[in-house]
Write a protein that binds this ligand. Structure first.
Ligand code: MLT
Length: 333
C-alpha cells in the first residue's frame, strides 16, 4: 500500500547499489547546474536521508532544470507529480507571497541574517504559510550568497551606469520593481532560458550569486560583475505536501531531520567556498566592480520605492517588521 501511494506521488522505486533493494527513491529537481549550492544542499540531504532511514529512503538529483523550470517545479510538487525541488526563494514567491519578505531588497544583509531568519520563528511561519498557499513544504534552507549583477557590456558602479542595459530578472514582481526603482525596465524570463538569452545577447545581463554564476558557467558569456548586495539568495528544499502527508510518522521524521542536516551543510558550504569561487571567476576573466558610495544610491531608491508597494502582498508591514525585529533592526512606520 505504501509503495502504491509513493508511486502515485511520482516516485520511482529502484534498486540502488548503496541502499537496500526496497529503498524508496525520490526525484529531486535542482534548478542550477552541478557544482553550486543547490547541488551541495541536495547531496547533503540525500546522504542524511539514507542515514536517518537506515537506507530505506534515498533520492536522485536531476540538476540543470531537467525536471522543469524552477517555477514549474512548484506546481509539479503541489500536484504530486514531483517529489522534491531545490530552487531560489524568488521562484516560490509567485505562489506564496509572504515569502516575498525575504526577496525585498536590502532586508537580509548577511549570511548570519539569512540563517537567523530562516531557522527561527519567522522561517517556521513561512513554512506553514507555504504549505497553505502553495501545497509544498519547505524542509531545508540553502544559502547561496548575495545576488551580484553581471553583464557583457561595461563595468557598472552607479545607478547611472545601469541605464541602457537590458537585464534579465526572474518572473518576480519585487525584483522587477527593484530594477524599475533604479530607472530601467528589466526583462522577466524563466531561469532555464537565461543562459541562451545571455549567449545570444537577447539580454545584456542578469543577477545571481557568485556560486550560481559559476555553476551556470555564465563566465562564458558575461564579463563584468557588480558586487551588489540587494538580495541574499535563499534556496529552499521543498517537498510535495501530498507526498509528505502520505509518509508514515517515522518517514516524515527522517525527511525533516535530513532537511535540517542539509541546511547546516549548506551554510558551511557557502562559508567555505564563496571566496574561492569569486577568485575563480576572476581567474576566468571576469572583472568585479564595487558599487560607488557603499551602494547608498541603490539602497535608498530600492527601499523607499519598493518596500511600501509590497506590504499588502507580504501580509502587511507588520510581517516585514517581524523580520526586521528578529534581526535587531528598527521597524518601518
Ligand atoms: C533565478 O534567477 O531564477 C534563480 O535565482 C535561479 C537559481 O535558482 O539559481
Amino acid at each position: 500500500m505504501k509503495m502504491t501511494i509513493k508511486l502515485l506521488a511520482g516516485t520511482a522505486i529502484c534498486l540502488m547499489a548503496s541502499v537496500p533493494a526496497f529503498a524508496a527513491e525520490y526525484r529531486i529537481a535542482v534548478g542550477d547546474g552541478a557544482g553550486g549550492t543547490q547541488e551541495a544542499l541536495g547531496k547533503a540531504f540525500v546522504e542524511a536521508l539514507e542515514k536517518e532511514s537506515g537506507g530505506e529512503m534515498t533520492g536522485k538529483l536531476f540538476v540543470n532544470g531537467q525536471l522543469g523550470d524552477e517555477q514549474d517545479t512548484v506546481t509539479a510538487a503541489a500536484t504530486g507529480t514531483l517529489d522534491f525541488s531545490i530552487l531560489a526563494i524568488n521562484n516560490i514567491t509567485p505562489f506564496s507571497p509572504s515569502v516575498g519578505t525575504l526577496t525585498l531588497p536590502y532586508v537580509i544583509l548577511s549570511q548570519d541574517d539569512a540563517e537567523k531568519v530562516t531557522q527561527g520563528e519567522v522561517g517556521q511561519q513561512m513554512v506553514e504559510q507555504t504549505i497553505e498557499d502553495a501545497g509544498v513544504r519547505i524542509i531545508g534552507w540553502g544559502y547561496s550568497g548575495f545576488r551580484v549583477l553581471t553583464n557583457s557590456k561595461k563595468p557598472v558602479s552607479t545607478v547611472a551606469d545601469l541605464q541602457g542595459l537590458v537585464v534579465r530578472v526572474p518572473k518576480n514582481e519585487i525584483m522587477i520593481e527593484t530594477y524599475k526603482s533604479w530607472g530601467i525596465n528589466p526583462t522577466p524570463m524563466a531561469w532555464g532560458e537565461t543562459f541562451a538569452a545571455l549567449q545570444q545577447k537577447v539580454v545584456d545581463g542578469q543577477d545571481n550569486p557568485y556560486m550560481t554564476v559559476n555553476a551556470m558557467k555564465f563566465y562564458e558569456v558575461q564579463k563584468y560583475i557588480t558586487d551588489l548586495r540587494y538580495i541574499f539568495s535563499i534556496e529552499p528544499l521543498i517537498v510535495s505536501e501530498a507526498l509528505f502527508e502520505s509518509l508514515s510518522e517515522d518517514e516524515q521524521q527522517h525527511v525533516l531531520a535530513a532537511g535540517e542536516a542539509a541546511t547546516q551543510a549548506s551554510a558551511a558550504f557557502l562559508r567555505e567556498q564563496e571566496s574561492r569561487i569569486r577568485d575563480e571567476l576572476v581567474s576566468r576573466g571576469m572583472e568585479i566592480t564595487k558599487p560607488a558610495d557603499d551602494e547608498k544610491e541603490f539602497i535608498e531608491l530600492a527601499t523607499t520605492n519598493v518596500w511600501p508597494k509590497f506590504y499588502d502582498q507580504i501580509g502587511g508591514v507588520e510581517v516585514l517588521n517581524g523580520v526586521l525585529a528578529s534581526l535587531g533592526r528598527d521597524p518601518v512606520q
